[in-house]
Design a binder for this molecule. Structure first.
Ligand code: G3P
Length: 219
């Protein structure tokens, strides 16, 4: 299973990368703004800074919502670094842009996916990744994980190569359930990645082992 971190915070990216388990990064305009990164030049520079930390795919989102604007931005973003994946929103113009970029062999991540039909269209257009938002569906009493399962079934039925990138992951259990379903990728905040490590019995067991080792050393 491929692990991306969902943040624009360089320290968090470094921390996850230093763990040795990070395969890439996803960002969005909200995550950029949260880090105080605003203005197109600063945003472009920040993507390069991220690419210089992580040896893996880095999703960089277009801000235009029209076809021509998306293509123009996508071409600038994709030239920043070979690992950039252009994040395109799920709209009619977005689908057209994904098709165009796919023909040009520019990698894309279709974002804001909330239904299987949206994922199917993005895959048909040639998206490299689709990003269904698990947590945001759960927020409105829909079932985000069921959507991941539905997309998995459809992609497998037809052999689509588009990878399912489960986004809006809020808990360690979301990660485990996505792994059980067979999502190709999860993108996760650092706190949730670290949540996978924690178990009270591990802490208790380690405390006991350390205490027993120290007893022996005192003799
Ligand atoms: O990157 C998009 C997605 O992961 C956002 O997550 O928690 O804002 O719904 P969240």
């Amino acid at each position: 299973m491929i692990f991306f971190i969902d943040t624009a915070n360089l320290n968090e990216i470094k921390e996850a990368y230093n763990l040795g388990i990070l395969d890439g990064v996803t960002t969005n305009p909200t995550l950029m703004a949260k880090e105080g990164i605003t203005g197109s030049n600063n945003i472009l520079k920040h993507y390069v800074d991220i690419c210089n930390i992580v040896d893996g795919y880095v999703s960089a989102e277009v801000n235009a919502t029209d076809y021509k604007g998306m293509i123009a931005e996508a071409e600038i973003l994709s030239e920043l670094h070979q690992n950039i994946v252009v994040k395109i929103p799920m709209t009619a113009d977005g689908i057209k842009a994904i098709k165009y970029l796919s023909n040009k062999e520019i990698k894309t991540n279709c974002t804001l996916i909330f239904s299987a039909g949206q994922a199917l269209l993005a895959a048909k257009a040639g998206a490299t990744f689709v990003s269904p938002f698990v947590g945001r569906l759960d927020d409105i009493q829909a079932d985000g994980l069921q959507l991941i399962a539905q997309i998995r079934l459809i992609f497998d039925n037809y052999g689509f190569e588009t990878q399912i990138l489960a986004a809006s992951i809020r808990t360690p259990m979301h990660i485990i359930q996505c792994a059980e379903i067979g999502a190709d990728v999860v993108t996760v905040p650092l706190s949730v990645i670290l949540g996978l490590i924690k178990h009270p019995l591990t802490d208790k067991g380690l405390e006991q082992f350390t205490a027993d080792y120290n007893k022996g050393n005192k003799q």
